[in-house]
Design a protein around this ligand. Structure first.
Ligand code: PLP
Length: 417
């Protein structure tokens, strides 16, 4: 947990600091372990009729894009329709500013921070770009990341490497990694005196590995560098409290696990770093409507607020338990299919509601996934080609034990020949 401000002058100054060394290893806090029970907790309370899914669809693909509930769509639709009755209706003094700020208030509460630390964006990528652009890194500065980052959290650093001479150091997370201490040691060993920040995903897109962010933040703080988190796959899937994580910045998507409208996102910038990370679009103010940000999509932003309120009404701890119980059940079921090799961590602190498997080389994953949709109405995701020839399942609040079992049965049947 972040205890007060750390010395911001250490950042950019990259001065030497004492190593956390073994102390860090001994002080790894217990991770929040989710309930591994196999029964769905929520499916009866979150019926499919609340969503617009096509008939018979089994949707285990929230990691790609989440569904909006009917009540979310209703809020967005109503706002949009009202807006079009007089396009300037909410403009300026007519109230858009305060309406949009309602979503910031809800988001801040949900992520455990102050409204003055939350910005509305259009995506995780948009948030990560804002962070990188707001940092004003210079030639010779190093940033430390992993080889598992999604393009949305990496392109911004590649840009500064290409045009400004920033150097990217990457630690390797081997397939099948299941050891938080090993990850932390690798990060610790890779921090140089020129390292300005660590930028990592909270949950890896390819394998669903949940990174030990609180420990990484603590390590970063002990070295006087920043900890930036790409939380695209975490907010809404598991409990995310940015203060407990202790990171300096956290970018996430509204359109995945938060089940908000497509093209929405959130960015947390800790008060401690707001004088260091200064994105152009929020130079004037963190308000959603401001001269640096231009006109925004009010209908979607209000829909996002509604979507988060729904998750709050269920309780994010309960949502996480549900998601993990389904994921752990799927893990067990898929483990018994000889042609699949699970690439995600076993049940425990590094596991998340996403599960990925390697499929045989003879299977072309994209057409395989398309066949599953066409033939079985099962929607999952092929993993990105840069990682491995695999498939990925995402378990969220609306999914049921029955659906997870269905997916496992389909996989078994399609792979047994
Ligand atoms: C880890 C990670 N980061 C970033 C993104 C991009 O998210 P967005 O489309 O909201 O920018 C994704 C999308 O899958 C992701 O998995």
């Amino acid at each position: 947990m972040k205890s007060g401000k750390y010395n911001r002058r250490k950042f950019l100054g990259a001065i030497s600091v004492s190593t956390a060394g073994g102390i860090l290893i001994n002080t790894i806090a217990p991770f929040s372990t989710a309930n591994a029970q196999t029964n769905s907790l929520l499916s009866d309370q979150d019926p499919k009729s609340e969503y617009l899914f096509a008939d018979g669809l089994t949707y285990l693909n929230t990691g790609t894009l989440g569904p909006c509930r009917r009540d979310t769509i209703e809020v967005s639709k109503k706002t949009w329709e009202e807006l079009e009755s007089l396009p300037v209706k909410f403009y300026g003094k007519f109230g858009a500013e305060s309406l949009a700020e309602k979503t910031r208030t809800i988001a801040a509460r949900f992520l455990g921070c102050d409204i003055g630390e939350i910005l509305i964006t259009t995506s995780t990528t948009n948030g990560m770009n804002a962070i990188a652009q707001g940092l004003r890194l210079k030639s010779g500065d190093h940033i430390l990341t992993t080889d598992q980052e999604h393009g949305g959290g990496l392109l911004c650093w590649n840009y500064f490497a290409k045009y400004y001479g920033v150097i990217i150091d990457m630690i390797i997370i081997p397939p099948g990694e299941n050891n938080a201490e090993a990850i932390l040691n690798r990060i610790k060993d890779s921090i140089k005196k020129e390292t300005k920040l660590i930028s990592v995903s909270h949950i890896f897109s390819a394998t669903g590995l949940r990174m030990p962010i609180a420990e990484i933040s603590s390590l970063a703080r002990s070295k006087g560098i920043l900890c930036i988190v790409d939380g695209a796959q975490a907010a809404g899937a598991i409990k995310v409290n940015v203060k407990e994580l202790g990171c300096d910045a956290y970018a996430t998507s509204g359109h995945k696990w938060l089940m908000g409208p497509k093209g929405t996102g959130l960015l947390y910038l800790s008060k401690d770093v707001q004088n260091i990370i200064k994105p152009i679009q929020f130079e004037e103010s963190y308000d959603t409507y401001n001269d640096g940000n231009g006109v925004v999509n009010l209908a979607c932003i209000l829909g996002l607020g509604k979507a988060i309120e729904y998750l709050e009404s269920v309780g994010i701890t309960k949502v996480e338990e549900h998601n993990m119980s389904l994921r752990n059940r799927l893990y067990e079921r898929l483990s018994s299919i000889p042609k699949l090799k699970i690439m995600s961590p076993t049940a425990g602190p590094l596991a998340s509601p996403m599960l990925a498997c390697l499929v045989p080389d003879s299977i072309e994953r994209t057409s395989f996934v398309r066949m599953l949709l066409d033939k079985h109405k099962l929607s999952i995701r092929p993993t990105h080609k840069q990682w491995f020839n695999g498939i990925r399942f995402s378990c969220h609040i609306f999914n049921t034990v029955k659906e997870v079992d269905f997916a496992a049965n389909v996989l078994q049947k399609e792979l047994e020949t």
